[in-house]
Design a protein around this ligand. Structure first.
Ligand code: TYD
Ligand code: MG
Length: 451
C-alpha cells in the first residue's frame, strides 16, 4: 500500500521541511510554509528508468532543422520570442488575472493553426464554450485548432497522446491537478508535478508547450521559482488594467535574448500589435503645458518616447504629498533633493505629482533629467518648448551622467519631429536633424532648456 506523509512546503521557493516554522530556512520568506499531505508512489521512478534517448555524437552533427522556431504570426509575440515557439520547448506565460493571457494564447494558437500546425488548447479554467465564444469574437475558428476542457493531468496527457499536436497550450497550469497527489490543485507540489510531466511530454515529442500561470500580488509567478527553473522560456504579460496597453517581455529565454519588448493594445477584436509606440504615447500631448517634458527611454532594444508630467501645487498638509506614477518614487525623491540643494528650486511646501503618461513604467535613470526639467517647469509655470526632449541621469552632486545608447534615443526623437535635445556634456552622440544642447550640470540644463 502506498505510504502517506505530511510535509511543509514553502510557497515561494518550493523547499520542503518536516516541521512547520514561521520562516522558510531556504529563502527566508515569512509565513510561506503550507502543509501538504503527499502520497508516496511505489519506490523508484514511475514507469521505470527510460531507455537512453540518444547516442553521443560530435556537436557539429547534431541535427537542428526540426528545432527551428514556429512563427505564431502574432508579430509582437514572435518579436519577443525571436522567431516563435521552438518545438520541444516549454514556455510559461505569466500575468495578472484579466490582463489578456488567454486572449494572447488563443490568437497565437490560431496563427500557428493557420500555418498548418496541429494545435491543442486545454482549457482548465473556462468551459470550451467560453473559449469558442472568445475565438468567435477574435474572428478565428481554424480547423487545426482542437479544444478540450479538462483539469486532470492524466487526461491532458491522454489528449496529447491521441491528438499528437505540434503545439499544446494549458490554461492555466494552476488549475490542472494529478489525482495521485493528495495535495490541492494549485499547491506548489501539484503545479510542479504537473509542469514536470508536461515538460517531459514536450521534450519526448518535440512538441512546443505553453503553460499559462497566474502571478501573485507582488508580481511573482504563483508556485513561483519552482516553475521558472523547469521551463525554457518565461514570458511576463503586464500593463495597467485601466489602459489598453499591454507589455510582453521574456524574463528567461533559452533560445535568444531577453531584451525585446512586445507591445499590444487590447481592443474589441483582441490584442493588436503596436508598431509605433512612441507616436501612441505622444498622441494626446498638449504643447505649451507647463510641467511636460518628453524623454527618450529604452526598453530592451526599443527606444520609446514618453511624456513625463509634473504638477506642483501649494500644500496644505503637514507632510506634503509626493506621488510618482510610472516612475520610481525613490528617483523622484532624489531628483527633488538635488533640485533643492544644487539648483535652488525648493519644493518643501508643495505637493508634487508626477506621471509618465500612457500607463508605461519607466525604471531606468535615463528619465531623471526630463523629470527634473518637468518639475522646474511645473514649479515656475513656464512651459518648455514642445519640440524638446531630455535624457540623462542626475547624480547627487548635481552633475549629469550619460546613459547608454544616447544615439538611438535621439534618432527616435528626430524621427518623431523633435528638434532639440538636452543631454549630458559627456554624451557621445550628435544626432542628424536635432540641435543637441550639452550640459554638465542640472543647473546648466535648466538654463539651456528654458532659453
Ligand atoms: P483574458 O484573455 O481572459 O485574460 P486572462 O486570461 O489574463 O485572465 O482577457 C481578459 C480581458 O480582456 C477581459 O476583461 C476582456 C478583455 N477583452 C477585450 O477587451 N477584447 C477582446 O477581444 C477580448 C477577447 C478580451
Ligand atoms: Mg484566462
Amino acid at each position: 500500500m502506498a505510504r502517506t506523509r505530511t510535509v511543509y512546503r514553502c510557497g515561494e521557493c518550493g523547499a520542503e521541511v518536516a516541521k512547520w516554522a514561521g520562516r522558510c530556512a531556504a529563502c527566508e520568506a515569512w509565513n510561506s510554509l503550507v502543509e501538504e499531505v503527499e502520497q508516496a508512489l511505489a519506490p523508484g521512478i514511475p514507469g521505470g528508468v527510460p531507455t537512453a534517448a540518444g547516442v553521443p555524437m560530435p556537436i557539429a552533427e547534431v541535427d537542428t532543422d526540426a528545432w527551428s522556431p514556429l512563427p505564431s504570426l502574432v508579430g509582437e509575440l514572435d518579436r519577443v520570442l525571436q522567431g516563435g515557439l521552438v518545438p520541444g520547448s516549454v514556455t510559461l506565460l505569466g500575468g495578472e488575472p484579466g490582463i489578456g493571457k488567454s486572449t494572447l494564447l488563443l490568437q497565437a494558437l490560431a496563427g500557428l493553426a493557420g500555418t498548418g500546425r496541429r494545435c491543442l488548447y486545454v482549457t482548465a479554467e473556462e468551459s470550451a464554450q467560453q473559449v469558442r465564444m472568445r475565438a468567435e469574437r477574435l474572428g478565428t475558428l481554424p480547423p487545426n485548432l482542437l479544444l478540450v476542457a479538462d483539469t486532470a493531468l492524466p487526461h491532458v496527457l491522454e489528449h496529447v497522446e491521441s491528438v499528437q499536436p505540434d503545439v499544446v497550450a494549458v490554461d492555466s497550469i494552476q488549475a490542472v491537478y494529478d489525482p495521485v497527489l493528495s495535495s490541492a490543485p494549485g499547491s506548489v507540489a501539484q503545479v510542479r508535478h504537473c509542469a514536470h510531466h508536461l515538460v517531459r511530454a514536450s521534450k519526448q515529442r518535440a512538441m512546443a508547450s505553453v503553460l499559462v500561470g497566474h502571478v501573485t500580488k507582488d508580481g511573482a509567478l504563483a508556485g513561483p521559482r519552482v516553475l521558472e527553473h523547469l521551463v525554457d522560456t518565461v514570458l511576463s504579460f503586464d500593463g495597467e488594467r485601466h489602459h489598453a496597453l499591454r507589455l510582453l517581455r521574456a524574463t528567461k529565454h533559452r533560445f535568444g535574448s531577453t531584451d525585446e519588448l512586445g507591445l499590444f493594445e487590447m481592443g474589441g477584436g483582441g490584442l493588436q500589435g503596436v508598431p509605433d509606440p512612441s507616436a501612441l504615447f505622444l498622441a494626446d500631448r498638449r504643447p505649451g503645458t507647463p510641467g511636460s517634458v518628453v524623454a527618450p527611454v529604452l526598453d530592451g532594444h526599443r527606444p520609446l518616447l514618453v511624456e513625463v508630467q509634473a504638477l506642483v501645487t501649494k500644500s496644505r498638509l503637514p507632510t506634503p504629498r509626493r506621488s510618482a506614477q510610472g516612475l520610481d518614487s525613490g528617483r523622484l525623491a532624489l531628483v527633488l533633493a538635488v533640485l533643492e540643494k544644487r539648483v535652488g528650486a525648493a519644493f518643501h511646501d508643495a505637493d508634487v505629482h508626477t506621471v509618465v503618461a500612457g500607463g508605461v513604467k519607466v525604471v531606468e535613470p535615463g528619465a531623471d533629467l526630463a523629470l527634473a526639467l518637468a518639475l522646474v517647469s511645473a514649479g515656475t509655470g513656464e512651459p518648455l518648448r514642445h519640440d524638446l526632449v531630455a535624457c540623462g541621469e542626475v547624480g547627487l552632486g548635481g552633475e549629469l551622467r550619460q546613459v547608454h545608447q544616447t544615439a538611438r534615443r535621439l534618432a527616435e526623437a528626430a524621427r518623431l519631429g523633435f528638434r532639440r535635445a538636452v543631454v549630458p556634456a559627456s554624451a557621445p552622440a550628435d544626432a542628424p536633424g536635432l540641435e543637441v544642447l550639452r550640459a554638465a550640470t542640472l543647473a546648466e540644463a535648466v538654463l539651456l532648456a528654458s532659453s
